[in-house]
Design a binder for this molecule. Structure first.
Ligand SMILES: [Zn+2]
Length: 238
């Protein structure tokens, strides 16, 4: 199956937290979106691998994600090895997305930075015919997506563009709340973490409002692109 969009994330729940509204908006417009989690998030303080898998499946349904893959790279140790690079390239060549997304290069969590660098390198190498990969023992063809966009996690950046998620903000929050083991839950007896406080949910809401307001909309999600993007006047003039 070919996908229109492939989102790479270090941990299950990163994609939902950073761009759940955009994913839901795109699937509502009938684009096929897939998510590739690099790790299972097994180092997380709360929950475990199994509960997070179930939570991810629930979030997929809410956002209408077509495929979700977990590469099983050790959590806390996303190295830029040839093996990891080839795993990422194999997913890109298999699904042939037109756009891929990755975490922004600077963040509080080192895994997010490592994931960012790994996907950036894969974006380049996947287009090289001499970089050989195999899927089901058949050699894959070189293929490069048109664009790599970065999403915002904890640290901020000056966005290249903002997506209006006013219509899909509800889905985003519902998908985030599917991760009950990780986020605020008044009944949980597990230790509290950076993302399990009530403040964190309010922070996500506040940030969505902030970026929405900056484009004159209710809610928004910011993205960054290293390359210049062509501007088309049609939206403003028609
Ligand atoms: Zn993460």
């Amino acid at each position: 199956m070919n996908l229109d969009i492939l989102v790479f994330a270090a941990h299950p729940d990163d994609a939902e937290l950073s761009m759940g509204g955009t994913i839901s908006k795109l699937t509502q417009e009938n684009y096929k979106v897939g998510i590739v989690d690099l790790t299972k998030g097994e180092l997380g303080t709360r929950g475990n691998e199994k509960t997070r898998q179930k939570e991810a499946a629930k979030a997929d349904k809410i956002l209408n994600v077509s495929v979700r893959v977990n590469l099983g790279i050790p959590d806390g140790d996303i190295q830029r090895t040839k093996e990891n690079l080839m795993m990422v390239i194999r997913e890109i060549r298999k699904f042939k997305p037109k756009i891929i997304f990755a975490p922004y290069c600077r963040d509080r969590h080192p895994d997010h930075q490592d994931a960012s660098a790994l996907v950036k390198e894969a974006m380049f190498s996947t287009g090289l015919p001499k970089v050989k990969t195999f899927g089901n023992r058949i050699e894959q063809k070189a293929y490069r997506p048109k664009k790599l966009f970065y999403y915002m996690q904890t640290y901020t950046f000056e966005p290249t563009f903002i997506v209006d998620i006013s219509e899909s903000f509800k889905d985003k929050m519902e998908a985030i709340m599917a991760y009950q083991s990780q986020l605020y839950n008044s009944n949980s007896k597990e230790p509290s973490t950076f993302i399990s406080s009530k403040n964190f949910i309010e922070f996500i809401e506040g940030r969505s409002k902030f970026y929405g307001f900056s484009i004159g909309k209710g809610y928004g999600e910011p993205f960054y692109c290293e390359e210049a993007i062509e501007y088309n006047f049609n939206d403003l003039l028609k």
